[in-house]
Design a protein around this ligand. Structure first.
Ligand SMILES: NC(=O)c1ccc[n+]([C@@H]2O[C@H](COP(=O)([O-])OP(=O)(O)OC[C@H]3O[C@@H](n4cnc5c(N)ncnc54)[C@H](O)[C@@H]3O)[C@@H](O)[C@H]2O)c1
Length: 266
């Protein structure tokens, strides 16, 4: 538990599923007031119903890729709870396709939600967080991906948008450090969310076969990302700014070279 998170106000985008939902549940357990966003109304309401304090959460069904949504979320936080302390840029869009075949509208759609949406969120968050007092005035947490670190077949647009998000995190961090506003980025590895499980089902051997290839031999759970989000949101992380934290069970620590001993580490 992070005592300082009690009564803090957090915005989470893409809160209707997977990692966003886990962040909402965890921050709710910590006593946060929540402003939840998703493009899907039913999913968002399902998340709200699972919270320990649904009455301390408000929702906005809207597309975070639309330029006005982030400002509306910030305004809703101020109007409903009087402040804004934490912003989790979690919503993203994946469109599979090789770079050579990537259509302009697919490229634009991925960047619009994954990068533009996060940029709008960062900007709105900073303006609202400037209204807070004290040394730790706000924490922005961007959810990127291990795909930001290396190439992955079929994920050209998504990986490029996530890599740009990592850089945007760093610039935001250095520009606002002296205002007491921090900005960090998480790079999840494979996490067992509905979308990821659906993709892994297509792999040879299904989910189990796919998991067996990973360094830890399993996918992460959404709660394991939410744990890192909570830490970065809290003042326990007051001197962590501009950091890129892989939460991937060690996946990104391994080279992709052919292995000499296939049984080592099992
Ligand atoms: N699951 C993984 O293995 C994994 C790995 C690396 C990074 N990530 C990142 O973690 C984040 C969450 O992923 P997830 O697996 O929980 O996804 P998910 O598909 O389970 O949930 C994403 C949520 O975002 C919402 N959403 C989509 N477009 C939106 C929009 N335009 N506006 C508002 N909401 C929108 C969806 O309705 C959904 O509820 C994403 O940024 C993703 O890139 C996930």
């Amino acid at each position: 538990m992070y005592k300082d998170l009690e009564a803090r106000v957090a915005v989470i985008t893409g809160a209707g599923s997977g990692i966003g939902r886990a962040c909402a549940l965890r921050l709710s357990q910590e006593g946060c007031r929540l402003v939840l966003n998703d493009i899907d109304a039913a999913s968002l309401e399902a998340t709200r119903a699972l919270l320990v304090a649904p009455d301390l959460a408000v929702g906005l069904v809207a597309d975070i890729g639309a330029p006005e949504t982030a400002d509306e979320l910030a305004a809703l936080a101020l109007q409903s709870f009087g402040a804004l302390h934490v912003w989790v840029n979690n919503a993203a869009l994946v469109r599979w396709g090789q770079v050579a075949d990537c259509r302009n509208d697919d490229w634009d759609a991925v960047f619009r939600v994954t990068l533009d949406g996060a940029f709008y969120g960062i900007r709105s968050a900073i303006h609202a967080m400037r209204g807070n007092q004290g040394p730790d005035r706000g924490s922005v947490i961007n959810i990127a991906s291990g795909a930001a670190l290396a190439g992955e077949e079929g994920l050209g647009a998504y990986g490029a948008a996530k890599a740009a998000l990592v850089n945007l995190t760093r610039t935001t961090a250095v520009e606002h450090a002296r205002e007491g506003i921090r900005c960090n980025v998480l790079l999840p590895g494979p996490i067992a969310t509905p979308g990821m499980l659906a993709a892994a089902t297509q792999a040879p051997g299904g989910v189990a076969g796919w998991e067996a290839q990973t360094v830890p031999g399993r996918m992460g759970q959404p709660e394991e990302i939410a744990n890192a989000v909570c830490f970065l949101a809290s003042s326990q992380a007051s001197y962590i700014n501009g950091a890129s934290l892989s939460v991937d069970g060690g996946v990104s620590a391994r080279t992709n070279s052919p292995r000499f001993n296939q049984t080592a580490g099992r």
